[in-house]
Design a protein around this ligand. Sequence first.
Ligand code: NAP
Length: 242
Amino acid sequence: MKYALVTGGSRGIGRAVCLQLADAGYPVLINYASNREAAEETQRQVEARGGKAELLPFNVASPEEVDKAIDDWSESHPDSYIAVLVNNAGIRRDAMMVFMQTEQWNEVINTNLNGFFYVTRRLLKYMLTKRFGRIINIVSLSGLKGLPGQTNYSATKAAVIGATKALAQEAGARKVTVNAVAPGFIATDMTKDMDENTLKTMIPIGRFGTPEEVASLVGFLASEQAAYITGEVISINGGLYT
Ligand code: NAP
């Protein structure tokens, strides 16, 4: 059976992606770092819609935790593999660079960039062997345009965009597609400290996006219909930046 794994599936965009992929028929593995209650709520919502979901907690920034969680899962599911990977887990630790602490830099690099590497490397071999896979990386407007106060975050998202394009070329012959989705401002916990009323005046569509709008794009990229799209970065930002 083909499963979908959503890193950071407990909240925000990740939760909406879990629901979308479950609606598309995938049993979903909900990864999270520490917020078990939120992950269980995602699981409840998937099951309420008739889908299947399992919790798969690990810290994406720890290669040991990633390997152990996936090894254990693979052992207990010998007839299944993870065919869809949504690299969504991410954090921001904003500061102007003159004030940025080494920990703020490293935490963001370890989660947003190294986490992408540890999880993708581990799952790629199954996808290549089975000759089908979908890898969707949630990047950001910040990685395309750069945003002040986010040199750490912008650097990670730009790096994942580069990796998306390189990996798409490595994996295409095995029918594994690799794409990136670059949201602008989306209403989640990550943006709750931002002033939507001021920021929305800069957005042509005039509001923040919803997690469900991002999830619907991810769902399309995960589908059979998107088999010929790879190495792309697709913005979803209400026209804020093109
Ligand atoms: P969010 O509401 O803050 O949720 C973050 C998710 O990531 C949570 O599920 C969290 O798990 C998980 N996570 C964080 N660190 C982790 C780690 N080390 N290991 C495993 N899971 C971890 O964020 P969001 O707004 O939905 O953002 C999701 C993605 O979209 C991120 O990559 C973000 O950079 C990107 N993005 C967001 C926006 C936006 O405006 N919201 C815009 C552009 C891009 P816990 O619940 O356990 O903490």
